[in-house]
Write a protein that binds this ligand. Structure first.
Ligand SMILES: Nc1ncnc2c1ncn2[C@@H]1O[C@H](COP(=O)(O)OP(=O)(O)OP(=O)(O)O)[C@@H](O)[C@H]1O
Ligand SMILES: [Mg+2]
Length: 320
């Protein structure tokens, strides 16, 4: 059994709009090993959702994959038929989409839709599916009496937790979570992420975890990738990135985090905003916001350089 579960090479995703293509993901490459937790971080609009929706083939028009290669356990995901993809979903790859709080069917009770999903994706016995539905809710700290509730009777955070529980309970080898805790307060978020980590350690599924919160990945992820303006600017072991990382954008994200209690540090906000993808900056996309930018950064495209084992940074030949 190969160690690598998911391979992404040179992935390109664009939105083919009437005003021309918007290149939202450009040349993104990474591997995800079995049982590994990979965090993907970046500001709003950096292409996190586009990247995962593209590689899982759940992108809606005008979004389109315009290049690259994605393999999941030897299966070519970009060439796979809809039937082949359906067979993989939930059973082998489960997804907690962004805004999962709106993903539930409003006319079905929570219990009915959990049973329906478990039924449709491998659970053959209705009795077992019902028992497992209660487990799904318990997994994410919701009282199983809510199996009889309709989605509108739950809070946004509770709905988000149901979607997360369902994705975790399906026994997939890969669970993809796109900002799964955005509707939750920090206490519930912390508790839920601890449950996810415990379950992941116990069952050994791989996780692709998307967030804009770098701090959250320090504890959760084995490796962290940083997206900026559709490009993966740095990827490396979580402990290396926790110490600051190498790319000026990674460092900027870290410097902007408010200090922990007792930490002697003044947060420095990242100036400016992420570029409009219709007219992205030349050279290194980050150069207009980078204090260390020089003439080369403005004109020369960056290349990926390996700084250490599994630690890659988009940079210029002379730097860093
Ligand atoms: N339908 C669309 N047409 C044109 N451009 C789009 C469309 N949907 C998304 N984009 C652009 O693609 C880029 C990436 O969007 P995406 O939703 O992937 O970002 P994100 O990193 O997930 O952001 P967030 O943290 O806000 O969820 C953005 O610049 C956005 O403007
Ligand atoms: Mg998103």
């Amino acid at each position: 059994m190969a160690d690598v579960l998911l391979t992404v090479r040179g992935l390109e995703v664009s939105y083919l709009t009437a005003d021309g293509p918007v290149r939202a993901v450009e040349g993104v490459s990474f591997d995800l090993r079995r049982g590994e937790v990979l965090g993907l971080v970046g500001e709003s609009g950096s292409g996190k959702s586009t990247l995962v929706r593209g590689l899982l083939r759940v992108l809606e028009p005008p979004g389109a994959i315009t290049g690259g290669d994605v393999h999941f356990d030897g299966i070519d995901l970009l060439a796979a038929s809809e039937d082949a993809l359906r067979a993989l979903r939930w059973r082998r790859i489960s997804i907690v989409p962004q805004a999962a709080l709106n993903a539930l069917n409003p006319v079905l009770t929570v219990g009915a839709q959990i049973v329906e999903t478990l039924d449709a994706h491998g659970e053959t016995s209705p009795t077992r599916a019902r028992a497992r539905a209660a487990e799904v809710l318990e997994l994410v700290g919701i009282d199983p009496t809510h199996l009889r509730s309709y989605p509108h009777e739950l809070s946004g955070g509770m709905r988000q937790r149901v979607a997360l529980g369902l994705a975790l309970a399906c026994g997939a080898d890969l669970v993809v979570m796109d900002e799964p805790t955005t509707a939750l307060d920090v206490v519930v978020e912390h508790e839920l992420l601890q449950r996810v980590a415990a379950l992941q350690a116990q069952r050994g599924f791989a996780v692709l975890f998307i967030t804009h919160d770098l701090l959250l990945l320090d504890a959760l992820a084995d490796r962290v990738g940083v997206l900026y303006s559709g490009r993966l600017v740095e990827i490396g072991p979580a402990d290396v990135l926790a110490r600051g990382g190498r790319h000026p954008y990674t460092r900027g994200l870290r410097a902007a985090i408010p200090p922990a209690l007792g930490e002697d540090r003044v947060p420095v906000a990242l100036d400016g905003s992420s570029p409009n993808l219709r007219s992205p900056p030349s050279g290194c996309r980050f150069h207009p916001r980078c204090a260390a930018a020089d003439a080369a950064c403005r004109v020369t495209e960056t290349t990926r350089r390996e700084l250490g084992p599994g630690h890659l940074v988009a940079s210029h030949e002379e730097a860093p």
